[in-house]
Design a protein around this ligand. Structure first.
Ligand code: ADP
Ligand code: MG
Length: 286
């Protein structure tokens, strides 16, 4: 491959091209499952790209492939100008400074036997911080996610789901990453808590200029969070564009179907969408 290809798009923080991921079949005659069939997407510094699609469409697999946790068959993942789709363990460890993740389930993503302070200290110490430096940084991080400083001495079970997700956010932010992959970060939370966690993610972005790959099956959540949106259907991106445009007047029939399935508070708006979609003759397709 040429060095030109290696550089990716000059203004992109993350540039994914023609990414194919296949999982090997379980039995000796079971064929491989092609989960990503040539996915492309770009995220600029400070930008949120929403990734939306129904369950099983391959959203988490994209995030996992970027993190080096899925079997990449072909294609490229370029982060800050560097190809990382085949990065080894050592390079991955260095990359974890810039590239972090928040998972859906705040009940399983934190070690139940560790205090919040120990959980937050781990990445800091792992990257060479001293104990005192780590302690100061942990105070700042708890403050940043609006948790009390005495949270450091407590265990995950003493916290609600929303508070645990704040801890997971603080852990992701510990090393001041430039991109955080948020994989359904509020899907396990009740509606009121969802909103406060989303507001926190937006506030952090405003203050730090961090970029997000924001994964959700919920179009209304994606619309709230994103600058641009990519729609995935059965392992292929079917539509990408401005968030407001895609979530109100999508071009692709599959996105229109998603839009109809997404609960919208405004009933008149919902009716308008349904009529528009029926006119386009797309109901029941895709
Ligand atoms: P989403 O996050 O959009 O719900 P996923 O990326 O988790 O979807 O999964 C996409 C498809 O890949 C699903 O059909 C799933 O069963 C399959 N898949 C995911 N992980 C594995 C794996 N480790 N082995 C085999 N198949 C997998
Ligand atoms: Mg998923």
């Amino acid at each position: 491959m040429s060095s030109h290809e290696t550089a990716g798009r000059p203004d992109a923080l993350l540039d994914v091209r023609d990414l194919r991921v296949s999982f090997p079949g379980k039995g000796w005659r079971t064929p491989d499952t092609d989960v990503l069939k040539g996915v492309g997407l770009t995220i600029r510094p400070g930008e949120t790209l929403g990734l939306v699609g129904e369950s099983g469409s391959g959203k988490s697999t994209i995030g996992r492939a970027v993190l080096g946790l899925a079997p990449v068959r072909s294609g490229s993942v370029t982060f800050d100008g560097e190809r990382i789709e085949r990065a080894g363990a050592r390079r991955r460890r260095a990359l974890s400074r810039d590239l972090q993740v928040i998972f859906q389930d705040p009940y399983t993503s934190l070690n139940p036997a560790r205090t919040i302070g120990d959980t937050l200290a781990e990445p800091l110490i792992g990257q060479g911080a001293g104990t005192r430096e780590a302690r100061t940084r942990i105070g700042d991080l708890l403050d940043r996610v609006h948790l009390p400083s005495d949270a450091a001495g407590r265990l995950p079970r003493e916290f609600s789901g929303g508070q645990r997700q704040r801890v997971a956010i603080a852990r992701a932010l510990a090393l001041r990453p430039r991109l955080v992959i948020c994989d359904e970060p509020v899907s396990a939370l009740d509606l009121t808590t969802q909103r406060t966690v989303l507001d926190l993610l937006l506030e952090i972005q405003q203050e730090t200029g961090i970029a997000y790959l924001f994964v959700s099956h919920d179009l209304s959540v994606v619309r709230f969070m994103s600058h641009r949106v990519a729609v995935i259907h059965r392992g292929e991106i079917v539509e990408t564009g401005d968030a407001a445009k895609i979530t109100s007047e999508p071009d692709h029939p599959y996105t229109r179907t998603l839009l109809l399935a997404s609960p919208v508070a405004d009933v008149a708006e919902q009716r308008r969408r349904r009529e528009a979609s029926e006119q386009a003759g797309t109901v029941g397709r895709a």
